[in-house]
Design a protein around this ligand. Structure first.
Ligand code: NAP
Length: 315
């Protein structure tokens, strides 16, 4: 039987890369990978080719290239890149282009990597957190949630996948513990005693592969994934164990976090406040047993730390 091809947007990145490696690492050989990249000659693209992926040049800003890349594919993994440009409108345009390309190519199953539209629970008139960019509470969430409709309205057979906070942000996003004036490490999170669903970025792609394999059951559904739901205090305790030194939990209020001044601080301050204030709903939408059923290799925070602790910059 011919292999089913999965076209993967963001194949050289975190989510898409995890999916590419999951498919190529599956001994069942039922699926083939088409890795989309803007630069087919980059080192990352060559590394994926060496693993057995078909490499196709495509840019989500270029509808024609996207159309060619999705042609003949059974499945399409669709993800956007908010932190490359900080533009919710650009993110929506890219989501719309991917939904249209999936529709036009007749893919049997798309996965849209999305997040909640927080305005459904915190309307713009709600002053508990500031409105950002004129029409958003959490721009990088709201733009994705609002884009869900591009897939549903076009009738794309899709699974809407609500992802979780990457633990890898401790390495790449400056969110790791920092040394205070007394030299003690502190892990800052504006979530009080509420739980933050987190996941190893690599596991998002592995879960996505599990969704593709359960096509009949999960097409047309909205699902959520996480590796663990942990409070800031629990994360600090795990960090202390892994690093072999004390790590305090620094639970700042969201308004303090919003004022940290780094690009995206307000967006992230609102995001953490939303996750804290809607802890039950937000964690409830990311069931751990379901996530593990998609991906039996799903890592806990402790397992992720054991493999990655030396990569966390301790500023
Ligand atoms: N950080 C978190 O905790 C978190 C949690 C949940 C969701 N998210 C969301 O995850 C998304 C990013 O996904 P990611 O972390 O997998 O991204 P990533 O690791 O930054 O990788 C993105 C890849 O996509 C490709 N790319 C960028 N712009 C492109 C374009 N215009 N057309 C085609 N390909 C393009 C790049 O590959 P080439 O250079 O090879 O083209 C890049 O390697 C964001 O929207 C973010 O909001 C993040």
């Amino acid at each position: 039987m011919a292999k089913k091809t999965i076209a993967v947007v963001g194949a050289t990145g975190a989510q898409g890369g995890g999916l590419v490696r999951a498919i190529l690492g599956d001994p069942s050989d039922e699926y083939a990978v088409r890795a989309l990249t803007r630069d087919a000659h980059s080192e990352k693209a060559k590394a994926l080719a060496a693993l057995g992926a078909e490499i196709v040049a495509a840019n989500v800003d270029d509808a024609a290239s996207l159309g060619r890349a999705f042609q003949g594919a059974h499945g399409a993994f669709c993800v956007t890149f908010f932190w490359d440009h900080f533009s919710p409108e650009k993110e929506q345009a890219q989501a719309r282009a991917m939904a249209q390309a999936a529709k036009d190519a007749g893919v049997k199953h798309a996965i849209w990597s999305t997040l909640e539209d927080t305005r459904l629970r915190v309307p713009l008139s709600d002053s508990r957190m500031p409105t950002l960019m004129g029409q958003y509470k959490v721009p990088h969430f709201d733009a994705k949630g609002e884009s869900n409709r591009f897939f549903t309205e076009l009738g794309v057979p899709a699974t809407l996948l609500n992802t979780s906070f990457y633990w890898d942000n401790l390495i790449h996003f400056g969110m790791g513990p920092k040394k205070g004036p007394d030299g003690t490490l502190a892990f800052t999170l504006p979530m009080g005693d509420k739980k933050l669903p987190g996941i190893a970025a690599e596991d998002i792609g592995r879960c996505a592969y599990g969704i593709f394999k359960r096509y009949a059951e999960l097409v047309g559904k909205t699902v959520g994934i996480a590796g663990e739901h942990l409070t800031g205090a629990q994360m600090a305790a795990e960090l202390a164990r892994a690093l072999g030194q004390p790590v305090a939990y620094n639970a700042v209020p969201p308004e303090v976090y919003r004022g940290f001044g780094f690009p995206g601080a307000e967006d992230l301050g609102n995001m953490f406040q939303y996750k804290a204030e809607f802890e039950t709903e937000y964690c409830g939408a990311r069931d751990l047993a379901f996530s593990r059923s998609l991906n039996p290799k799903l890592q806990t925070f402790a397992q992720w730390l054991a493999a990655n602790k030396d990569r966390i910059p301790l500023g």
